[in-house]
Design a protein around this ligand. Sequence first.
Ligand code: HEC
Ligand code: HEC
Ligand code: HEC
Ligand code: HEC
Ligand code: HEC
Ligand code: HEC
Ligand code: HEC
Ligand code: HEC
Ligand code: HEC
Length: 481
Amino acid sequence: MKQASWKPRVWIAFLSLALALPGCTDKIVYKDLPDYVAPPEGAAGFLGFSDVAAKRTTCGNCHSGKQAVWQSTAHARAWDDLANSGAQAKACESCHSVSHKGNFSTDTTGGYVATRNARYENVQCESCHGPGITHVTNPDIQGNKPLASLNVGASLTNGCGECHSSSHAPFVEQWAASRHGKAVGSRNQSSCWSCHEAKHALEAWGVNSNYVEKGDTARATALPVVCTVCHDPHNAKNPNQLRFPVDVPDVEQNLCMKCHHRRAEPEVTSSSGPHSPQGPVLLGEAGWIPPNFQYPPGSLVGTHGSDRNPKLCATCHVNSFTVNDALTGKFSFRATGHSFQPIPCVDGSGVPFPDPLTPCEDAQRSFKACVTCHLSENAARTARAVAKTRLTSLAADMDALVARIPASAFSTTDNKITTGEGCKFNSGLAKERGSPIHNPFLVEALLLACKTQIGIDYGLTSTSGISTRPLLQPPPNVKVK
Ligand code: HEC
Ligand code: HEC
Ligand code: HEC
Ligand code: HEC
Ligand code: HEC
Ligand code: HEC
Ligand code: HEC
Ligand code: HEC
Ligand code: HEC
């Protein structure tokens, strides 16, 4: 075994860094004499563990903060689970160990593949960061830093996607076809990117760590809502390595709601309708509240937005299931939930459409996400149809009324929200595809109160004959003022 030689000035750099930045010890922590065991022949520069039994990575000898959190992730036991599965074969190994998969290494036989050495077992730092020998030999050389990439790549063979792919784990394929995989769109202004672009989202959340694409602000290479926006690559403090919890009913803290709450109430200086209002709608905090509204703020919350649905958005939208062949009973498809479709369109055998954005009839949709609570898929399908019809007709009724309100009530410079403006906005909420499920109780109540208010303020009444009795029973915990 050969020990590397260490330059004293590197040492001093660590010490002074640690002393100068006591709050930043997660970044670089000087632990003890950094040491690495020279890799075996054919490793292609991968170092792997410096202590196999303790699962101590060579990188972790210096980056001990990262080592500690990484050790709590499923990546740190990927090999053990493979070995215990009883199905281990050579073809399984490159995704469950340190290899060229997940990083920029061009040597497809590096790490475990060539050496079959236990030091490369499990998904370690270098799986994502690439071979570390150059960096470890000279950690103070900027250009050698083994940065990880956020990019999943056009061919889906970069980063996380290179392992989280194929029929065994088709996360990247399903994500890429989803809206999150396409989210950059034509949104050009940087004010939009804190939700529509990966690097800006991380920045907005205070994740300032370094990665390959960090300084790249070019529009052409903007990244959509990639894996590492929702998942923390190192840390399992939340289940499934999520950066933020999904079980907290708070738009500032819930992973999904952090982006899905752009405009849930009308703005004085804008005539725009709702923009990703799903978080506040679910929690009963959306819409323009007419003066005659009978419910206390935030009280109209259904079971879907309550603690009886602990995973909130993720229960319906990150819904995984497997499909077995009807004849043979053998595994045929794994839906990972990463198309984010709550009621995906499926073919005759129950396999979701390859492009989840292709529309279909309600009868062709799977309602599997609902049957943990609703009696059957059909019961949920019917409940949705009833709520959808109700909100659609209330919105049409409201639009007809709003069209009769004098144009002077609609102004972006009068510094107030008029009843006309507020009710137009509420009608927009009723037209959101998700509203019949997210919170039909709130949206129905808002439109009914709007009808009354328009009568009071403008003397206008609807001629449609639509029922003003709530068709949807408010959830049992709601009390009228
Ligand atoms: C001998 C100690 C040592 C070892 C071992 C080591 N590093 Fe580093 N690493 C450093 C130092 C020092 C820096 C520079 C810190 C700085 O500039 O903020 C650094 C920087 C980095 C950075 C860039 C951080 C930034 O803010 O730009 C990454 C990524 C990184 N190391 C990953 C690794 C990986 C992966 C391994 C294992 C292959 C590893 N390191 C092993 C000492 C080490
Ligand atoms: C293309 C990369 C890849 C290959 C090849 C691969 N796996 Fe996996 N495996 C993964 C990923 C990614 C996960 C974790 C994601 C998931 O499915 O939840 C995983 C998870 C697992 C798990 C843990 C699942 C659990 O129940 O928690 C086992 C066991 C497993 N794989 C066994 C195997 C076996 C056996 C083979 C070979 C027949 C194999 N893997 C081949 C990528 C791969
Ligand atoms: C070298 C292959 C490889 C790479 C690269 C990789 N993973 Fe994994 N990942 C796995 C395997 C294998 C497992 C299954 C571990 C187990 O349960 O045994 C896994 C498990 C996971 C899990 C399940 C966690 C849990 O608590 O059950 C998440 C989430 C995950 N990976 C996210 C990511 C993200 C995000 C990236 C990119 C930043 C990534 N992975 C990169 C192979 C990989
Ligand atoms: C699943 C992939 C993955 C694994 C495994 C992984 N990293 Fe990272 N690492 C990333 C990504 C992606 C980033 C940039 C985004 C972030 O920090 O969330 C990163 C960032 C870093 C940084 C830069 C931090 C900064 O403040 O600038 C360091 C240092 C680092 N990782 C070290 C490690 C070490 C050490 C290990 C192993 C103990 C490790 N990583 C394991 C993917 C990974
Ligand atoms: C919009 C946020 C979001 C994005 C983007 C995202 N995920 Fe997830 N992922 C989740 C949530 C939420 C869960 C947990 C679901 C649950 O609790 O049941 C999850 C769970 C997982 C799991 C563990 C679940 C299992 O069945 O084993 C893996 C592995 C995973 N994601 C990998 C990925 C990969 C790879 C990507 C990128 C291709 C990705 N995720 C992109 C939100 C996201
Ligand atoms: C970083 C911000 C961000 C986070 C976090 C996020 N989303 Fe999104 N989401 C978006 C953006 C932006 C779009 C719109 C993409 C487009 O179509 O341009 C979107 C689209 C969607 C869509 C598709 C909407 C449609 O019209 O079909 C669903 C469903 C969705 N998100 C659910 C979720 C869920 C569930 C979570 C949490 C697990 C989540 N999102 C987390 C930003 C985010
Ligand atoms: C607070 C987060 C956030 C900000 C900031 C934001 N958006 Fe969005 N936007 C979303 C989310 C989440 C979605 C997806 C949910 C939906 O469609 O309701 C979305 C959806 C969209 C869509 C509809 C996508 C489609 O094809 O259906 C457009 C267009 C859009 N945003 C444009 C913009 C523009 C332009 C800006 C900047 C002026 C912007 N957004 C700023 C979160 C945000
Ligand atoms: C966590 C349990 C749970 C899940 C999951 C769930 N529901 Fe519900 N849902 C309920 C309960 C309970 C009610 C009754 C009203 C209430 O308490 O909010 C309800 C009410 C509804 C309503 C309002 C109309 C009515 O009948 O009261 C619709 C529509 C609906 N659910 C559709 C769905 C669909 C579609 C899914 C799946 C995508 C789903 N639900 C998933 C528990 C659930
Ligand atoms: C009880 C199940 C359920 C819950 C909980 C849920 N959704 Fe939905 N969501 C749906 C259904 C069903 C649709 C309608 C899908 C369709 O028509 O294709 C939908 C639609 C959407 C859409 C499409 C855009 C639109 O018009 O509304 C987005 C975005 C979305 N949901 C995000 C979220 C977010 C974010 C959360 C958490 C705040 C959430 N959903 C909670 C079931 C649910």
